[in-house]
Ligand binder design. Structure first.
Ligand SMILES: [Zn+2]
Ligand SMILES: [Zn+2]
Length: 454
């Protein structure tokens, strides 16, 4: 370890108890995306007590604060996510929610980073600026609730980071970083792959006609059956998805809103279409929508298709990954770090939206156990999850911004983003939005189908 790295370790360890306390408090107060007000209030109080001035998102949870080294240089953004998941069967769920993706550990680490950067000498030798950001709503869930927020004009996008891009919170940022928690076993402390799938969000509403299920089913149109047929049709399409595109479609039926003796007149489905490129996602989604439309037509039902931008595929710049890998090795040792420059994950994150316009690395810190998004997910070692990740992120910050930010400047200069600017990126994903009543019948029972934007 260098002298600077030893100082960082000391500065984080000086705040260790605060980090561990935050992890426990936040675990006990889970809230889902765009409702994380308790975590927001807790962190606001802690950040302000450290002397930070915050800019709040305001009508949604989340905030930013900037640290200026006083010398010109690149602008680095370090993030922590606020949101939990609906998973009522988790033994420690609170109001049906749990942090079973470990996001609370990210913001506990972010608080540790904030505290460490206030210690004497923390900014010595650095240039540029650092933005610390508590960001809401990474998990793409509760699509109907978010559509309601969108229609009220509160948000424009389902994902917190892309919403923050839209709000200008990433304007001027040159490079970004985040650490996600995970369960990588006892032997590995930090893990990273080269990227992961993007996704789009779908809400699908099959529309039938209610009638007496025993006495007069012939007067009804069963929306549940139409939905089941639609999903069967998409399942039959799966063999046409090509491996190179790593497509995922994982619908859930949202349930009926009527009694057992009524032919259900409505069945909602939420799903994503995920894939390795936005082009592949758009291409395969057309087939999905066609299949759903055909199923509705087969049963004489209707179907409303609502597609919204999700997250872009996430790509980690290998040169930046190399720098992060070295920092992790400096902290915990060579053999406890597993960076794979070919590994591609089929999950998605709105961190991918950032890597469309700037270099970014999201790596993974151990300390959890069980299955992510599962009822057996727990934090077993908050020291590894939060304290270690705060140290690692500050090592990376130091490596990027010291020495006149030579490393950051080189990474930024060589990075070839898919889009030249945030507005250009947002324009591209806005084209994903689709609202169609896909099957319209005339008085003779003939139908017109329309399931794509053309
Ligand atoms: Zn998750
Ligand atoms: Zn997550």
């Amino acid at each position: 370890m260098t002298n600077r790295q030893e100082l960082i370790v000391k500065n984080v360890d000086a705040n260790k108890q605060m980090i561990l306390d935050a992890e426990r408090w936040l675990w006990a107060h889970p809230q889902t995306g765009y409702t994380e007000w308790e975590a927001n209030a807790y962190l606001t109080e802690k950040f302000e007590a450290l002397g930070y001035e915050l800019t709040q998102a305001g009508n949604i949870p989340g905030f930013i604060t900037d640290i200026d080294t006083g010398k010109p240089g690149p602008f680095l953004c370090i993030m922590g996510e606020l949101d939990a998941l609906d998973i009522a069967n988790h033994p420690e769920s609170v109001n049906g929610m749990t942090h079973c993706c470990g996001h609370h550990g990210q913001v506990a680490a972010l608080l540790g980073i904030a505290a460490a950067l206030k210690q004497p000498g923390a900014l010595d030798g650095l240039c540029g600026k650092i933005r610390l950001m508590a960001v809401p709503a990474e998990e793409m869930i509760q699509l109907e609730f978010r559509e309601g927020l969108r229609q009220q004009g509160i948000i424009k996008y389902n994902g917190g980071k892309v919403e923050f891009m839209h709000r200008g919170f990433f304007d001027g940022i040159d490079i970004s970083m985040m650490v996600h928690g995970g369960s990588n076993g006892d032997d590995i402390d930090f893990r990273c792959g080269v990227g992961n799938n993007g996704c789009m969000a779908k809400t699908i509403k099959f529309k039938g006609k209610s009638s007496h299920a025993g006495g007069a089913p012939h007067l009804g149109v069963n929306a549940q059956y139409a939905a089941m047929l639609g999903l069967q049709a998409v399942n039959d399409l799966r063999e046409t998805f090509q491996e190179k595109d790593t497509i995922r479609f994982h619908p859930i039926m949202m349930g009926v809103n009527c009694a057992v003796n009524i032919i259900p007149d409505e069945m909602k489905i939420e799903s994503y279409v995920r894939g390795r490129t936005l082009e592949a996602i758009k291409r395969e989604n057309k087939k999905v929508n066609r299949a759903l439309t055909g199923a509705a037509l087969a049963l004489g039902a209707g179907v409303e298709l609502c597609d919204r931008p999700g997250y872009a595929p996430e790509y980690h710049d290998p040169a930046y990954m190399k720098l992060v890998e070295q920092c992790c090795k400096d902290l915990v040792g060579e053999d406890r770090v597993a960076f794979d420059y070919n590994a591609w994950s089929t999950g998605s994150s709105d961190f991918g939206d950032l890597t469309c316009v700037m270099p970014g690395v999201q790596f993974n810190a151990s300390g959890a156990t069980g299955t992510g998004h599962g009822i057996n997910y727990y934090i077993t070692d908050a020291n590894r999850l939060c304290v270690n990740s705060a140290k690692a992120q500050l090592f990376v910050t130091d490596a990027l911004l010291s020495n006149d930010a030579a490393a950051a400047k080189e990474i930024i200069a060589n990075y070839k983003p898919l889009y030249n600017s945030i507005p250009e990126y947002l324009k591209a994903i806005d084209e994903i939005s689709l609202d169609k009543d896909a099957v319209v019948y005339d008085e003779n029972g003939n139908a017109t189908v329309d399931f794509q934007n053309i």
